[in-house]
Design a protein around this ligand. Structure first.
Ligand code: COI
Length: 355
């Protein structure tokens, strides 16, 4: 984009702030006052605006409703003690949104439009960023097709929108997971690496079956033989076995390139914990559970942050993991990540964008 970005701002006359209970924030239920919107028409992104959050006017023939041509992101903003707005790694989200868009035939949003739209929205809704430890403003950028057309082809028109929600913890307590060996989340050559709406829709039914059996989430395995652990429904997963941090590599295109995942791997190396990006066989996981060499298991994600895993079901056997002491790696890395995000320690990696 070579022109200056002109964003029109129209503020709400009826803020929901006074009636919002910041002490009880359930994930994704409270939506802030404004949203950023851009339209893709005639081959370019245009009409940039921040306006009051409101329902969309969609026709029943909208292509997204039928064929799911839609991608999204998740990132978070925090406030430091001076009241500055700090956004964690928005450049990484912009890049991933671009990769997802290309896979789904969606025209990528230029970097400056993403950053400017986000910054302007943060300025307008800065009072929505919670001040409490553990709380943040979850930011949901997304792009979807807006053609009204039932033929199968990429839409010619799209909307890029960003809205935000003040949030607390996604998981209030450690999660139980079940190794899935029937259904598949992603196959090589598929859309697994993209943050595409349909990936989540396809995971709901198997996850529901696991929930009916009492588990919070699934541990997905590879599509070919269900032999290796891939990721969980809402997060990447990591295991510490015999003093080494093991997580699935993203090289086969089946794993979401988690930004928290990447941050944790960087910090682990700096903290002296050996990292192995390799596929962990279900049999190796089960052996480690049997012989007590599995030291830690946790998920990583923007919404989930670091989610401890308390129970793993493998091959119809439940393994309960003992509670971790506060000096366990997963606690220490969460503490370090939080300290960076809330501006309490130096941001050595250039992960924070101050608005
Ligand atoms: C995120 O962590 O941002 C996600 O998109 C996962 C979703 C479960 C909320």
């Amino acid at each position: 984009m070579n022109k200056t970005i002109d964003i029109q701002v129209k503020k709400t006359e009826a803020s929901k702030l006074p009636e919002t209970d910041f002490e009880n924030l359930a994930f994704g239920q409270t939506i802030s006052d404004h949203m950023f919107v851009a339209d893709y028409k005639d081959g370019e992104w245009k009409d940039f605006r921040v306006e009051p959050y409101a329902p969309l006017d969609l026709n029943p023939a909208n292509a997204t409703l039928h064929y799911g041509q839609s991608v999204f992101e998740g990132l978070k903003a925090y406030k430091n003690d001076n009241g500055d707005v700090l956004i964690f790694r928005p450049d990484a989200n912009q890049k991933r949104l671009k990769e997802s868009s290309i896979r789904m035939c969606i025209p990528p949003v230029p970097e400056d439009l993403f950053m400017e739209g986000l910054s302007r929205l943060m300025e307008v809704d800065r009072d929505w960023i919670p001040n409490k430890p553990g709380c943040s403003l979850y930011i949901r950028p997304f792009i979807f097709a807006t053609d009204d057309y039932l033929g199968i082809r990429p839409s010619a028109t799209y909307k890029f929108m960003i809205f935000t929600c003040p949030v607390g913890h996604y998981y209030a307590k450690p999660v139980s997971v079940k190794v899935e060996t029937k259904y598949t989340r992603a196959a090589e050559g598929g859309t697994g690496y993209a943050k595409a709406a349909g990936n989540y829709a396809g995971s709901l039914y198997p996850a529901l079956l696991a929930q009916e059996q009492g588990y919070d989430q699934l541990l997905w395995t590879d599509a070919k033989n269900h032999e290796f652990i891939e990721e969980s429904g809402t997060m990447n997963v990591m295991f510490i076995i015999n003093g080494k941090l093991i997580t699935a590599p993203t090289t086969k295109g089946t794993i979401l390139k988690g930004i928290t995942r990447d941050s944790v791997l960087t910090l682990a190396q700096e903290m002296g914990l050996p990292v192995e990006e390799r596929f962990l066989a279900v049999s190796e996981l089960q052996e480690a559970l049997e012989n007590g060499t599995l030291e830690e298991a946790f998920g990583t994600g923007t919404a989930a942050t670091i989610a401890h895993i308390s129970k793993i079901n493998v091959g119809d056997k439940d393994y309960t993991l003992p509670e971790k002491p506060l000096d366990a790696f997963s606690y220490k890395v969460l503490e370090t990540l939080d300290a960076i995000k809330y501006g309490k320690i130096e941001d050595k990696h250039g992960w924070i964008t101050k608005v």
